[in-house]
Design a protein around this ligand. Sequence first.
Ligand SMILES: O=C(O)C1=C[C@@H](OP(=O)(O)O)[C@@H](O)[C@H](O)C1
Ligand SMILES: C=C(OP(=O)(O)O)C(=O)O
Length: 681
Amino acid sequence: MYTTAFLDLPHLASACGSVQLPGSKSISNRVLLLAALSQGTTTVHDLLDSDDTRVMLQALQHMGCVVEPSAVVAGQPLRITGIDGFLPNNARGQLFLGNAGTAMRPLTAALAVLGGSFEMTGIPRMYERPIGDLVDALRQLGCKIDYLKNEGFPPLHIGQPDFSQLSDAPIQVRGDVSSQFLTSLLMALPLLATNRAITIEVVGELISKPYIHITLELLARFGITVRNDNWQRFVIPAGSRYQSPSDIHVEADASSASYFIALGAIAACDSSHNASQNGIQVLGVGKDSIQGDIRFVEAAQAMGAVVESGPNWLHISRGAWPLKAIDLDCNHIPDAAMTLAAMALYADGTTTLRNIASWRVKETDRIAAMACELRKLGATVEEGQDFIRITPPASRADWKAASIHTYDDHRVAMCFSLAAFNPTGLPVRIEDPKCVAKTFPDYFEALFSVSQASQPAPVICIDGPTASGKGTIAALVAEKLGFALLDSGALYRITGLAASRAGLDITEANAPAIADLVRSKAITFTPNHRVLLDGDDISLAIRTEEAGMNASRVAVFPAVREALLQVQRDFRRLPGLVGDGRDMGTVIFPEAPLKVYLTASAECRAERRYKQLISKGLSANMADLLADLQARDARDMHRAAAPLKPAEDALYLDNSSGTIDEAVQQVLTWWEQRQPFTTSA
Ligand SMILES: O=C(O)C1=C[C@@H](OP(=O)(O)O)[C@@H](O)[C@H](O)C1
Ligand SMILES: C=C(OP(=O)(O)O)C(=O)O
């Protein structure tokens, strides 16, 4: 996941390949709650691991459920032992539910029926998302719920219910603000239907109906068959008792699929990149899905996408181009419909998405948010209380490079990534990319894995002499931008170490053998900054003074430099790369858009090296260090192959007196000056 302040997507030209999507949020959180209320242990496969499921899992543990392992571990099932309809004595506490509607609403209903004493809290936006219709319905039963701030909104306090006045009269709930209120009652009231049937009546129009279908399907898997009378009345049979199905699989998320369906419809496939595969393959969800958002496929087809599907997969490729504008009632696909608004940027006319009033009470006011951000890109947008109408930029020249504000809304962030395929060649900045953690933490990694930029990914080169601080500064710049990091000096250190381990003296005569040796080695830089040579952790071994000297000695051999050239260029990837070394800007990435030459006086560098060694508990002598460093500078600068020298277009940064932060900030400022964005308010 990218945790940077913003993520710059370079202009993207094509996409093809396959993506395995994470689990469905709607199914995951329902399965977790149903398993928690059941008798027995449920083994859940392919559960989504995201902010929304984490808050649910923590709440269930607080309620007394045993969860093993205690958090989701990739590739491993999760086992939940339910409470069989009863909370432990004196159950109480504060449950933080973030901004997860699928946790806040169903847990409120379940706990209001079970009793105990709970405070239901969340992030500030959760306190603006309505829950009054659900609370009104639960109060009809005798549930005790108090608003802790504003009437009709969380935070809430839930106390011990009094069911003494419970009658056979139907429970009424409004369905026109959110279907999650009805879902919540459908999941909580079987707990009360042990010896009487319970009827729920929907008052007014029921929105987002397919989500009720998911609820009913999953209830059936946990032993409760609800009668659905035309989406108006739902009857939970007497004698209901949750029974674990033992094992259950979570389908991949159909709403998350919408971004990749759109990608397949928008992006041409560059056949030179992957000739064997045309279009986008989505794995984990397909035509047999129980999720209503699978019907996004029909909308995408209406816009021109060519979609094939199997039980558990979709294959999407470009059909009509430009896409065809549509006019669609989107009430049945409220979440995926946002993706249509992004697709509308590529349509041949004006697209209207109707009956989407619920967008206004979700993670943010989504109608307003989409309208504002689409306009920044150059689209003409009209918004109404329950519709949005989008006309794409009139011509290529009307597209604008925008910094997209994401309103802490995962779907805004994911939708606008599709704007990186604009016809004008502009990059797109996504602010606060980590908001995708709500349902799809690795969304951008998945996007990059199937997308190709129109230009090679951008590179920032930071070259300079030994101990100039380039490694530290490069790592911090990479971290700030979410870029990959190439520590090219480490490659030479690795080569030197590999040579000595192989018994090869570092001599001119052995240079071809050393070059062959390094080509044959598997070199890995792990995300936690470990360096592996054929699987062996050499992170410390390459950091000794001797390894540094050997690096400098192997680096003079053209054969070795040639062997490492491609290895280094292969580090270039989306969204970008920061490379530090001595010839990044002159030899390896001569066309890089930013080249920095970092220097500091020899005395200053020797002192830094001295402190570094001492802090590691290694012995050091200042005079020797200075002499070594000067010898090394001389060798690096005067070697015949790729000598250390600033690239002609490099910017000088002398950090003898400044702090690391100042140097990092200077590099970032230079980088920013090369971007076309204006940051949003
Ligand atoms: O029940 C569910 O899992 C959901 C129902 C929908 O909400 P509304 O019913 O409020 O439209 C949807 O937007 C949300 O992401 C998930
Ligand atoms: C509306 C959404 O979430 P929630 O489950 O919090 O309602 C969503 O995921 O788009």
